[in-house]
Ligand binder design. Sequence first.
Ligand code: ADP
Length: 459
Amino acid sequence: MRILMVTAEFAPLAKVGGLADMAAGLAAWLAAAGHEVRVIMPAYGVTEPPQLRPVTLAEAPAGLEVFELIAPEHFGTPPVYLGDDRDAVRFALLGEAALAHAHADGFHPDIIHAHDWHAAAAVALPAPWHPTPPTVLTLHNIGYQGIFGLDALPDGPLREALRDPTVVEPRLNFLAAGIARATTLTTVSPTHASEILTSEYGAGLDGLLRERADRLHGILNGVDYDLWSPAHDPLIEHPYSAENPGGKADNRAALLEALGLVVDDDVAIVGMITRLTAQKGLDLLIDALPGLVAAQECSLVILGMGEARYVDALRALADAHPGAITLLEAHDETLAHRLLAGSDLLLMPSRYEPCGLTQLYAMRYGTIPVVRATGGLADSVQHFDPLTGEGTGVVFRDYDVGGIHWGLTQALAWHAEPALWRQLMTNAMRSDFSWEKQGPAYLAVYSALSGAVSGAKQD
Ligand code: ADP
């Protein structure tokens, strides 16, 4: 199949969060499986004359082509997201340019696959050729919809295509427009696919999504274990694996030394690698932290950037509890890998989590996830049962201080029992969320739509 993929992020070229890893992992897997995948993404911070430029990626499988949209007037300023009305113009351009490029280049795909609101214009606009191909819109995070006043875009067909169909007031809503017009919708876990049909998790789009529920599929994200395996991760100092776990202790020691922390061997290092936003449970964490550090033998290390109110609160807590709470305010890929390898636990108290990748990575690194039962966290982490020896982490249900406290207390109780902990680590490290397992579900969606493989033409 020929697939045109449109995305604002693609690892390692531009990454803010999991979208970048997912888009790159899925595209690479599809190409390795024999499909023709063309990715269109913006070139951030590039001020050369406007063009679509092919990018050479190290070790890209044959069949994968990535084109960067160079548009200095719009994407010449480095951040991926500017967070104001300019983003309306920027990402409308991305969708429009992707379609125009495919047409001009004669790359008429069997499927157009757009990721999140930033790429939704590519499915909200009709493709400029016939027959118009079926489209897939993947909802990675419906907390971000691309809502703007109507005058954020000049009057015209593009603006009409991106109008919000869910409200009477005239405004733009890229994601809602995409949801209304895409042939098929996917989101990044089965549990989240049902959650977003409810008013609690639907972020105002649940009504629209319920109308299209028969077209909505939940497919858990895959992991590119070439990049995320402690056995051959070039960013960590000591390789290890489920069969040979000894190196984990060395990574822990190296991490502590690098951070200037002195922590006893039996005290658990609890890592967090996260955007500092409400979605990730920061309010809950900040409420719970004083009680957690008073009651628990653990040292929390947070690697994250985000909203100033959370940075300030965490900074104050870290100052008040040196050694017990460490804040690393940075976006640092190497540190992310080293924190995964060096921590004993990974905490994700998310308010909502469409899929979550960090817990999937953590499991492979033998770092036990402590997660709230929501979305992809519920679908990927199995609460450990010491009687059967089955399970890969700790899952707590309630989004409140009692919930997070219970989860961490449970994890630390098991951590204190070496035989149980070894079992839990082995289970986690052997869990498999590879694209080889998750990717075929996307192919099934594409095939049903395009008829290219199934032979059956559907609308
Ligand atoms: P989301 O996409 O909602 O941010 P995910 O768990 O799906 O959450 O993906 C987060 C991705 O971003 C992971 O690859 C994680 O390692 C990475 N990440 C998050 N914060 C940082 C940071 N401060 N430094 C480096 N990588 C980070």
